[in-house]
Design a binder for this molecule. Sequence first.
Ligand code: SF4
Ligand code: SF4
Length: 192
Amino acid sequence: MNEKTFITNIFDFVKKILFFDFLKGLRVTFGYNVSKSITERYPDQEKWIPYDRFRGVHTLNRDEQGRELCVACELCSKICPTDCITVIPMEDDTGRGIADRVPKVWDVDLARCLFCGYCEDACPTTAVRLGREYEYASFDLSSAVLNKDQLLVPQPIPESFKGGVHAKSRLIKTKEGIEVKADLSQTAKRKV
Ligand code: SF4
Ligand code: SF4
């Protein structure tokens, strides 16, 4: 045993008998006990904008010409551990996709999805991506199944937008009623 290892062992031993790691953990716990409570005014006044690496609801993407990137190879559905993606391919030479093979059906069942990201890792064309949408609560299981038309809509949070912030909410009047949207121009890091 060299001198450096000997000193490290002594140091570790002293830390053990003084319960150093235990006290370090308690310091974090007690720190939260005395810190100010925060109530998030979600969703009508504030929204949490997740980090760009967040794995939320899937998006099906297009290339710069607006063509669907999905070539209906079914790799995503084969690799999915919960078998929650359904892909039914079809031949289509109208140019709407990057290949003549496009998905006739591309469904994902969010009630079974683990948001593990395997589907996006397996995708050879970067067609499927897990986006940053997390507001998908519903009252019935059938509305947890999203189809291609719903997933092909552009992501509401731009890819380039770095998240991890709270944004002010905006109330927007639509034909369906009032929608609450995050105002990305007004964001702030919360002091905890
Ligand atoms: S994120 Fe995982 S569980 Fe969800 S659809 Fe993709 S592969 Fe399946
Ligand atoms: S999303 Fe990707 S992996 Fe899934 S069928 Fe389309 S091209 Fe294949």
